[in-house]
Ligand binder design. Structure first.
Ligand code: NAD
Length: 260
């Protein structure tokens, strides 16, 4: 389905990004994996993905908080594969604290990784997509792009910003066969969320299951975590011809959370 296309998926050594990268590789796209982690584990992931569908899979260690590293990743991808057709801005981190106690370095890091990286990458890939008359930018935002929760000032601000960036990108690129959309997941059980469950359980001295039921899934009406595969399937749909008119959209995948 995506033969001949090249996709960069930031933050794809784990969680949602890895699921999307796998779906793209299975569909025949060349994939650039990115993110942090154990070197041997990353190489195993890369080799496994390359085997699933004879896809070409390379790894970039680019730090998404660094504009020059993002530029290098995009340039290397274009040199290796000829273009970037699909850009998935997915890398993200979280920190939970009341505003008065929110560390400034955490604010700066979350804004840089969760929001500014998407701007830098989009700026670099749009000319290549325009030249080919086809492109897909998928921003992995969050239900927190649409609604807020306390203690997540930087994350909610960054995700709301990402939705604004998504809409502007969609408008500016619409006439060139390029779409840009924001996936807005509710809670997905990835390492990012596992850390929050641990932190809340420690902070409140309660069991993890209680945190899951009383805090995380409290606002998610279907009372279950979103599956990574559900998000990967939606990302794949957006890359098909059938997704050509879906652009500038905030796409909630949240079990009804933001219907409240
Ligand atoms: P995760 O922790 O499993 O994966 C995050 C990925 O980002 C990892 O590959 C990590 O190495 C990478 N990363 C972190 N900092 C980076 C940096 N500076 N440069 C490059 N890569 C970096 O988390 P996840 O849950 O899969 O989250 C992926 C995205 O989905 C994030 O943007 C997150 O905000 C969003 N999201 C997650 C959930 C959820 O419930 N898990 C819900 C809504 C949105």
């Amino acid at each position: 389905m995506l033969q001949g296309k090249t996709a960069i998926v930031t933050g794809s050594t784990s969680g949602i990004g890895l699921g999307i990268a796998e779906a793209f590789a299975r569909s025949g796209a060349n994939v650039v994996l990115n993110g942090f982690g154990d070197t041997m584990q990353i190489e195993k992931t890369r080799a496994d993905l390359a085997n699933v569908a004879d896809a070409k899979v390379v790894y970039s260690p680019a730090d998404m908080s660094k504009p020059r590293a993002i530029e290098q990743m995009v340039r290397q991808t274009a040199d290796t594969f000829g273009s970037v057709d699909i850009m998935v801005n997915n890398a993200g981190i979280q920190h939970v604290a009341p505003i008065e106690e929110f560390p400034e370095d955490k604010w700066d890091a979350i804004l840089a990784i969760n929001l500014s990286s998407a701007f830098h990458a989009t700026k670099l890939v749009l000319p290549m997509m325009r030249a080919r008359g086809w492109g897909r930018v998928i921003n992995v935002a969050s239900a927190h792009a649409l609604v807020a929760s306390p203690y997540k000032a930087a994350y909610v601000a960054a995700k709301h910003g990402m939705l604004g960036l998504t809409r502007v990108t969609a408008l500016e690129a619409a006439e060139d066969g390029i779409t840009c959309n924001a996936l807005c997941p509710g809670y997905v059980r990835t390492p990012l969320v596992e850390k929050q469950i641990d932190a809340q359980a420690r902070a409140h001295g309660v069991a993890r299951e209680k945190v899951i039921g009383d805090v995380l899934l409290k606002n998610q009406p279907n009372k279950r975590f979103v599956e990574v595969a559900e998000l990967a399937a939606l990302a794949l749909f957006l890359c098909t011809d059938s997704g050509a008119s879906v652009t500038g959209a905030a796409l909630p995948v949240d079990g009804g959370w933001t219907a409240h």
